[in-house]
Design a protein around this ligand. Structure first.
Ligand SMILES: Cc1ncc(COP(=O)(O)O)c(C=O)c1O
Length: 419
């Protein structure tokens, strides 16, 4: 059963309640390895489902356009102070609705239409909002891209420096959505400083690892830091923009009134709770365990002949090129899902195939770490993956693995579900 309980929802809309219960059980029964997903705590779920949904709060604490902010001002201030303390930043804006609007706010703060910026290309591990041609950021601004090395699978900082010197971008993005290796923030900062660019670190994927001290921090190097609050940080679906004090006014103005109306106070409350949780010693242990698990899984998968982009991982994320296995990413992802192992098909750098049917898969260890799995379980996970990828059309095998996954997960409670 879902927790918090859905008594009122079940009475008012049994169809919807049954769908939510179904999703809760699905999340319980699957090895959830989508790199951008996690399980939020029951406390975060409760905070997001409160009467804060009822309140409009255009503006910022102490300076609102609507009355009745006695509690919402305190809630947003709490979230801001917790973000600043956890990450050690001078400024934090907790109002952006999600990671994509957070990035758009950064463009609005620093760029004019047609201005040039430098980022990692989407197919190489960047994000849509880092200038993909299908994104507003690629249509309205002028992206130039750096890549990863064809052999190394790693960002080549000499190339980044050369492009920056030649192109003189106004802004440089580091960070992305399918980068299995540590981001060298000091090196990016040195390049940005040399060419007079604003450095933006998009830490959406690794924010929880940074908060838990398991990945170097961009604070002190990046002018602006954007992040989602879900993924490894384990909060609700939302985002934050952190910045040096000199950029605070530009960022706040870009978020409101530049892009948004009222903030989602219920989400702000959930973010505040998640930040409080992330400041606890148990979160540090979780962040480190995420990486221990990812490295153990990488080693075990390599043992089964999987080809990992960059040869392994430094963080929560693994990117696998399945070309050598003779299976495309999409049928592999679908077979794994049928086997109770949930991840996504993904392009790999220099992929000859298209994003809708690419050569690879991407996975992460944050959610299974939250469930309590450790490095001891990773050889078994890798063995299941190898078997499923080798049997994409064999329903009986996939069903059998799904049953074994379910049996394992019975021993690992899920926040938000009582069984
Ligand atoms: C690096 C990066 N930035 C931004 C985003 C966008 O976040 P959202 O999906 O919340 O808009 C993502 C989401 O996956 C991401 O990976």
């Amino acid at each position: 059963m879902h927790e918090p309980g859905l008594r009122h929802l079940a009475a008012a809309d049994p169809t919807l309640a049954a769908l939510v219960e179904g999703e809760a059980q699905r999340q319980h029964d699957k090895l959830r390895m989508i790199a951008s997903e996690n399980y939020v705590s029951t406390a975060v779920l409760e905070a997001c489902g409160t009467v804060l949904n009822n309140k409009y709060s255009e503006g910022y604490p102490g300076k609102r356009y609507y009355e009745g902010q006695q509690f919402c001002d305190q809630i947003e201030t709490l979230a801001i102070e917790r973000a600043r303390a956890l990450f050690g930043t001078e400024h934090a804006n907790v109002q952006t609705y999600s990671g994509s609007p957070a990035n758009l706010a950064v463009y609005l703060a620093f760029m004019d239409p047609g201005d040039k910026f430098l980022s990692l290309e989407l197919s190489q591990g960047g994000h849509l909002t880092h200038g993909s041609p299908v994104s507003a950021t690629g249509k309205w601004f002028r992206p130039v891209h750096y890549t990863v090395g064809r052999e190394s699978g790693r960002i080549d900082l000499d190339q980044v420096r050369d492009i920056a010197r030649n192109e003189r971008p106004k802004m440089i993005f580091c960070g992305g959505t399918a980068i299995p290796r540590t981001i060298d923030f000091p090196a990016f900062a040195a390049i940005a400083q040399e060419v007079g660019a604003i450095l933006v670190a998009d830490i959406a994927h690794i924010a929880g690892l940074i908060a838990g001290g398991a990945h170097p921090s961009p604070v002190g190097y990046a002018d602006v830091i954007t992040t989602t609050t879900h993924k490894t940080l384990r909060g609700p679906r939302g985002a934050m923009i952190m910045a040096k004090a000199e950029h605070a006014a530009a960022i706040d103005k870009a978020v409101f009134p530049g892009l948004q109306g009222g903030p989602h106070n219920h989400t702000t409350a959930g973010i505040a709770v998640a930040l409080h949780e992330a400041a606890q010693p148990t979160f540090k242990a979780y962040a480190h365990q995420v990486i221990v698990n990812a490295k153990a899984l990488a080693a075990a998968l390599t043992g089964h002949g999987f080809d990992l982009v960059s040869g392994g991982t430094d963080n929560h994320l693994l990117l696998i090129d399945l070309t050598g296995k003779g299976v495309e990413g999409k049928p592999a992802a679908k077979a794994l899902d049928a086997a109770g192992i949930e991840l996504n098909f993904n392009t790999v750098p220099y992929d000859p195939r298209k994003p809708w049917s690419p050569s690879g898969i991407r996975l992460g260890t944050a959610a299974l770490t939250t469930r309590g799995l450790t490095e001891q379980h990773m050889p078994q996970v890798a063995a299941w993956m190898a078997e499923a990828v080798g049997a994409v059309a064999d329903t009986a095998t996939l069903d059998r693995i799904a049953g074994e996954v379910r049996d394992l997960l019975k021993g690992f409670p899920m926040p938000g579900y009582t069984g």
